[in-house]
Design a protein around this ligand. Sequence first.
Ligand code: SF4
Length: 589
Amino acid sequence: MVNENGRGAVAVLEAYNEDPALVLQMLRELQLRENRVSTSSIAALAEGLNLPETKIRARVDFYSFLHEAPRGAYDIYLSGSITDRMLGVEETAAVLCEGLGVSLGEPSASGLATVSMASCTGLCECGPAAIVNGHAIQGVDPERAREMLRLIRAGAAVEDWPLSWFMITDSLQQKGPLLGSRLEPGRAAERAISLGPEASLRALELASLRGCGGAGYPVHDKWRKCRNASNEANKVVLCNADEGEPGTFKDRALLNSYADAVLEGMTVCAVTIGAPTGFIYLRHEYEFLRDRIQQKIELRRRQNLLGRNILGHQGIDFDVEIHMGAGSYVCGEESAQIESLEGKRGIPRVRPPYPVTSGYRGRPTVVNNVETLCYAAAILEHGGDIVSHSGDEPGWKLLSISGDCARPGIYEIPLGTPVRKLLAACGGSGAHAVQVGGPGGTLIAANEFDRRVSYDDLNTAGAFIVFNDSRDLFDVAANFTHFFAHESCGFCTPCRVGTRQLARMVDKIADGHGARLDIRQIKRLNKLMTRASHCGLGQVSAVPILTAYEKFPQYFSRRIHDAEYTPDFDVEAAIERSREITREEAKAR
Ligand code: SF4
């Protein structure tokens, strides 16, 4: 029910103690309660928080799952990632839109339903996937879509839809030291306390644990820098549970089945760096995991594993809160995530200072992803030998494998494993190409299948998408290009404008109107965006299309014509001008 008087906002303000840092949580709640964040709610929040209305509205505009215009009573988001498209989500969308008499993104005239495409819902192995009123649903093929239509027309509450639709399984296909061992709650934390910070850091260093979110930064070094940043007991542990990279879903499984290990890893970090405060930043699409994680937090409080004097040790205090995201891929970047946690738009910060010295509300903050924290707990509980193996590169990695393979799911592999071996394990023998990493990762052809998944060769935050030869790799690259255009946060000009230009050029090629000059133009744009974009998203946006063109030109040749190319702009001047504009915009913020 839409509350035109902003009364809902007043109630939400009270519930969140009028804390401006919680404005994103308030906006989410309003969206959930009223199917929108109405103009009157924005006004009421602005007054209650003593913020300009424009700032509240800017947040609503920024996050994909917040809307000022009303949504339907049944608010359906289908996953538009490449794996869901391979599983036929476009057919599902057509069935739903036709049945409800709506266009994508537009609510029905009666306000009954809205059908939209989201970037990725993190259910790549069991798609086509959907989120309806916050509930994740797997396997939404056209038949299931028709059943949904019947339930919607009958007015059935989503909570009463068939239970099996919501039973998301974890598909743990290959277990290693993390997935194969159960942690005893409190054991790793107790060991970290008894060892002391220096010995705990040394244990992580000897085990060569690196951040599993893609950057691979040594964990002991990050934690040590944060520990040394101040003597005050004001540090923060932030668990990055915002895995938004299309093709990645392994953190979802850890949060679902190994939540104790996640919380244990956070506690080990807190004990080591001296942090009393922890947050889990949970992506909006994983709302369905929230209650389960919250129950674990409460259980650990009762077990004296969270709260004051943990495990009976005087002065060792640490507690954890869940903060929900509202739909923004760039919030996976640590400084953007901190901005979002503070209730702002998730725009990456200018660094330095780095979060380890000045993070959440200026406090030294360690940001690690779910997988990293789980490995830290396993190493502290069982010792570093648990992650040793006979390969060249130390450590293990969780992969989310999806696409054209018989056994999609989660694989825990020793770093250095060849792609060919992974394809054999997952039943991807017909592979023609593999995307290692999400859209910003590396597309490899069959002649590269001896390459290895490792920090030094094919680095990935966790995605591994298999394509057989029925797949058009131009379409794959086009999907990734549109993903970046949709997810650009808009802060810096090269990325804001460049990603849209790239999407337009890709569409032109898709329509058969492309020419070689478009490829040349994309290369020039790539040079500009790589050098002048503020963060990694803008820097890699042209990579998918250029890599596909380089390795699989056959998918382009039927779409593009030969034509002479005359440069129409000076790249160096454009880079310098972009930097000036970014500096001016940063100053104006
Ligand atoms: Fe935002 Fe793109 Fe600039 Fe990153 S590169 S700050 S995503 S506009």
